[in-house]
Write a protein that binds this ligand. Structure first.
Ligand SMILES: Cc1ncc(COP(=O)(O)O)c(C=O)c1O
Length: 383
């Protein structure tokens, strides 16, 4: 019913991902080689036909659509009063870093993690303090003693959580999130949860939005959600901050507004409303395709590349490949693979922590393209 077999032709367009040589195949930056849900395109077309694009402000239907999505899809209640529109998750993270922490403070993260977190922290003159995830027997876990010790440092004022976690695909359980939020509260640290991948748990139990934790715990949290990854609309520049505590909400709202990242472009409101009110069926079909692709990669790696270990959880369309047995850094291997096969992957060292032993592959594309990518990976890694 929906087309997941043809990739939109983005070579020689303004796409960052596809700004590559003609014989190269990009499987790095996190957007998908699928068309978005038809209902989103129709809503945008209706808006364009109007032909008048003055200043706009999201109304109750926008916030209602966000609330209804989280209620219906994730069984989590978010009051529209807690919400502020923002032009993206990263613009919001940078604004919140500036608003909630001070220059010279520690902002806690869990490496390896999405590389833009580091930029949002360091470009604003704060220190990155990482409680690295521990990697044992091919799986990641939180080092609780280390996390507590680092949250307890007096200059740690903000923690940025990735829920679910890019690049490792882990879906944090309610128990783990409760423990993290409790430690943050005990040590007066605001918990900022980036949930951009929350709709993309491909298999197993759903993720838990941080705003839906126990009401007392949620008081010191900020959650950022967006249709961007879910519906492949990154250039829509639309996201929502959800902050249950009135004072903290006012502070975040002021931070987003004074940094001028709280006003929508002409397609952001209709695009988001269409995604959240008419996109569910498409998302279900997408997730089935993504899970098939996930399995295709896992099976290929097990069969053809036994020295590679798949270290990913069931969330996101990004797979985290442990290449430590090759005896070369991820930087060397990404270069080698690109030179030999034209396949472009993300170099795991960008995510810090133990990332220099990993490559990240984006498998959100038609199966034929993915198979081409996997053959290129094999060629690129051959001795
Ligand atoms: C964890 C995470 N947060 C944020 C973003 C980007 O968000 P935005 O485009 O809304 O700034 C990405 C994109 O890959 C991501 O993986």
């Amino acid at each position: 019913m929906f087309d997941f077999t043809h990739a939109p032709q983005r070579r020689h367009s303004d796409s960052i991902k596809w700004h590559v040589q003609d014989d190269e195949l990009p499987m790095w930056i996190a957007d998908m080689d699928f068309q978005t849900a038809p209902a989103i395109v129709s809503a945008m077309q209706r808006k364009l036909e109007l032909g008048a694009f003055g200043y706009e402000e999201p109304q109750a239907d926008y916030f209602g659509a966000v609330a209804q999505w989280y209620q219906h899809v994730h069984h989590a209640t978010a009051d529209p009063e807690w919400m502020t529109f923002t032009t993206g998750v990263i613009p919001a993270i940078s604004a919140i870093v500036r608003r909630i922490s001070h220059i010279g403070d520690n902002v806690l993260v869990q490496a390896p993690v999405y590389n833009m977190f580091y930029h949002s922290i360091e470009n604003n003159g704060r220190h990155v303090l990482s409680s690295d995830l521990v990697y044992t027997k091919g799986q990641y876990a939180v080092d609780w003693a280390d996390l507590e010790q680092k949250l307890a440092e007096p200059l740690t004022t903000l923690m940025i959580l990735c829920n679910p976690h890019n690049p490792i695909g882990r879906v944090w359980t309610r128990a783990e999130l409760t423990r993290i939020a409790t430690l943050c509260q005990q040590h007066h640290v605001v918990l900022l949860s980036d949930e951009i991948h929350g709709d993309l748990v491909l298999n197993g139990p759903d993720y838990t939005p941080v705003f839906s934790l126990d009401a007392e715990l949620a008081q010191t949290t900020i959650t950022l959600v967006s249709p961007s990854k879910t519906f492949n609309v990154a250039a829509l520049h639309a996201a929502t901050a959800i902050v249950p505590n009135t004072n903290l909400h006012a502070s975040v709202d002021r931070g987003l507004n004074s940094d001028e990242v709280a006003e929508p472009n002409l397609l952001a409101i209709p695009g988001t409303i269409a995604a959240y009110t008419k996109g569910e069926e498409w998302l279900q079909a997408l997730k089935q395709q993504l899970w098939r692709n996930h399995q295709l990669v896992t099976e290929f790696v097990a069969r053809e590349l036994p020295s590679v270990h798949v270290a990913s959880g069931p969330a996101t369309y990004l797979i985290w490949l442990d290449i430590s047995s090759y005896g070369k850094s991820a930087t060397e291997l990404t270069q080698q693979i690109r030179e030999r096969s034209g396949l472009i992957l993300s170099d795991g060292s960008e995510y810090r922590g133990n990332g220099s032993h990993f490559l990240r592959l984006n498998f959100a594309c038609p199966e034929a393209m993915l198979k081409d990518g996997l053959q290129r990976l094999k060629k690129g890694l051959a001795e």
